[in-house]
Write a protein that binds this ligand. Structure first.
Ligand code: TPP
Length: 632
């Protein structure tokens, strides 16, 4: 089945193949990706879209010396398979197995670690400039040089982020061996949005892909950017204004669009572009057009469903989703958003390109005029919300915990300092599992609670999540409500929109000696663990403001305090408790349980939590050892 693919253990094996063999290899590779993802789960549609591009890149460029920087990196399975990791694909996204994204530590072919989008052009430009400086230094010493190329491969979705344009702005004035490849499939996870998307569609409609026969010649005829700019200037002087395309205006040499599934177009075009870059023509920009899900009919028809499927039978495809026994926090949020929007017409919902992941599909259907997918643009999403709030609307920004990291200054500068009533619905807080360290929502409590005016709610279960979202919505200042991936304890969820009191916790179990102050969903394992030492358990609900009165009451009536959270211990909710006790001059033994000061790699969430000592067993073991210390 994979006769040719089985002979490829590194890209140099592939470079020996002729065009016909490479086409055959691409077909085998595509089939391997389908079979492999069907057994492990992971990203599918995007990987099927990059099969030929990956083959062509490794054929034309001298990897790993030439650097390929994949944007997001969710489309790198073909790359992993061709770069010596074929046999380990069965371990993808599992503990100790291959990462679902490129990682420098995993392979010398992974030039740059990614998973959050839109960094590729910046990183590849850095590499290209470094290569130039190093080559110049060799030349100065009279030594031979072989300056490598740096290639950024970026999707049209990722291209919508500001950082991609910041990098282009910089690239346009650097004469170096940078090649930017825009992998345009007209899709982000959901359909691509915004004016850039419209513009790319225009480029597509203007001229269809150069035919295989002519593409090589056409590229060689393309002038280097400075020459082209001079030509344009000349024409403008003569009053003949020729509209240049956006990427040319940035100073890159635009080529395309070409068919990204056709090796007969891809290989000669890449060879010619490589030559142009080697000849000192400066940064090159190649526009390739691909199809998400290419070659697997079901994914072609529904690329959204096959963006990140779980395991499936390739012959049957994804099974129709049966409603899960317990609703996810994401769906609880989605339902709350619809219900609150029906009640309050000031509510507007914002997502930076995560309609499905953040649970806004139904909201968009019911309230299309109050739904905003702003593209992969977290910084803009937050400042856009600030603007809406200034004018009396009530924006709810649905954003993953780690993606909010992108918009930190916007949160401080635009939202918090002006004390605007923006609700942040922080999905994927805490450990996320298979996506690994880049997606682990470990830091939000720590990075939010230090910002004045910002409150942070940590619901313990689904019912509280709904109620605390209502509490957040009632406030006239910024409030984040953080909740994890997946489902919770499975408690009944009310249909009303009643809020819980702001900044107040509750005692959930009355015990002796040790009072556990729990923040978020670890309340349930903490309750289980408390039985072993008959500890008191407090559901704190808010990391900020902290219910200091309740804390001091617990400190006064217990011998020790233990805090539990699924965020980093460095500066998290436990630190808030320590600070509050110190402020009140209370000397009391305090133990903080939370995530260690390490990056948590991919794996099954329950196992990862256990490894952090944060399952019921781990918490119980900690409680036993604290009890021993207390009794010493
Ligand atoms: C900063 C950031 N926000 C959101 C995401 C989630 N995300 C992963 S892939 C993706 C869509 C990327 O679209 P595109 O670049 O066009 O690649 P395609 O999957 O279409 O090949 C999004 C929004 C992310 N990885 N990083």
């Amino acid at each position: 089945m994979s006769d040719l693919l089985n002979t490829i253990n590194a890209p140099e094996d592939l470079r020996k193949l002729d065009r016909a063999e490479l086409k055959h290899l691409s077909a085998e590779l595509r089939e391997f990706v389908i079979q492999s993802v069907s057994k492990t789960g992971g990203h599918l549609s995007s990987n099927l879209g990059t099969v030929e591009l990956t083959v062509a890149l490794h054929k034309v460029f001298n990897t790993p010396k030439d650097r390929i920087v994949w944007d997001v990196g969710h489309q790198t399975y073909p790359h992993k398979i061709l770069t010596g990791r074929r046999d380990r694909m069965g371990s993808l996204r599992q503990l100790g197995g291959l990462s679902g994204f490129p990682q420098r530590a995993e392979s010398e072919y992974d030039a740059f670690g990614t998973a959050h989008s839109s960094t590729s052009i910046s990183a590849a430009l850095g590499m290209a400039v470094a290569a130039k400086i190093q080559a110049q230094s060799l030349v100065a010493k009279g030594l031979p040089t072989d300056e490598p190329f740096s290639i950024a491969v970026i999707g049209d979705g990722a291209m919508s982020a500001g950082q991609a344009f910041e990098a282009l702005n910089n690239a346009g004035v650097e004469m170096c061996r940078l090649i930017v490849i825009l992998n345009d499939n007209d899709m982000s996870i959901s359909p691509a949005v915004g004016a850039l998307n419209r513009y790319l569609a225009q480029l597509m409609s203007g001229k269809f892909y150069a035919s295989a026969k002519h593409v090589g010649k056409a590229v060689l005829q393309v002038a280097p950017p400075l020459f082209a700019a001079a030509k344009r200037f000349e024409k403008q002087m003569k009053g003949m204004v020729v509209p240049a395309n956006l990427f040319e205006n940035f100073g890159l040499n635009y080529i395309g669009p070409i068919d990204g599934h056709d090796l007969d177009s891809l290989i000669p075009t890449l060879e010619n572009i490589k030559q142009l870059a080697a000849d000192g023509a400066g940064p090159q920009f190649l526009h390739v057009v691909t199809k998400k899900g290419q070659g697997y009919k079901l994914a072609e028809v529904d690329p959204v469903a096959y963006h990140g499927p779980g395991k499936f039978d390739p012959a049957e495809g994804l099974k129709k989703a049966v409603s899960p026994a317990k609703p996810t926090f994401t769906s609880v949020f989605g339902q709350w958003l619809c219900d609150m929007a029906a009640k309050d017409e000031r509510l507007v919902g914002i997502t930076p390109a995560m309609r499905e992941g953040s649970g806004l599909v139904e909201f968009e259907r019911q309230f299309p005029d109050r739904y905003f997918d702003v593209g992969i643009a977290e910084q803009h999403a937050v400042t856009f919300a600030a603007g809406l709030a200034c004018e009396g609307l009530k924006p709810v920004v649905a954003i993953y915990s780690t993606f909010l990291q992108r918009a930190y200054d916007q949160l401080i500068h635009d939202v918090a300092i002006q004390n605007l009533p923006v609700v942040l619905a922080l999905d994927r807080a805490g450990i996320v599992g298979a996506d690994g360290a880049t997606h682990c929502g470990a830091y939000d409590i720590a990075f939010l609670r230090c910002i004045p005016n910002v409150s942070v709610a940590c619901p313990a279960d689904e019912a509280e999540c709904r109620a605390l979202l209502s509490t957040a919505f009632e406030q006239s200042h910024p409030v984040a409500v953080r909740y994890p991936r997946g489902s919770g304890a499975g408690v009944a969820i009310p249909t009303h929109l009643e809020a819980l009191p702001f900044g107040k916790g509750e005692v959930r179990r009355a015990g002796k000696k040790i009072a556990i102050m729990s923040f978020g969903t670890l309340l349930y394992p903490a309750l289980e663990a408390a039985n072993s030492v008959d500890a008191t358990v407090v559901n704190m609900r808010w990391a900020k403001p902290l219910d200091e009165a309740l804390l001091l009451e617990m400190a006064a009536t217990h011998d020790a305090i233990v805090t539990v959270e699924d965020g980093t211990m460095s500066g998290g909710a436990g630190s808030a408790v320590a600070q509050a006790l110190a402020k009140a001059n209370v000397l009391k033994p305090l133990w903080i349980l939370g995530l260690q000061d390490v990056f948590i790699e991919h794996g099954d969430p329950a196992t990862l939590m256990a490894m952090q000592g944060l399952d019921a067993k781990g918490i119980s073991e900690s409680l036993q050892s604290f009890t021993k210390l207390l009794n010493r």
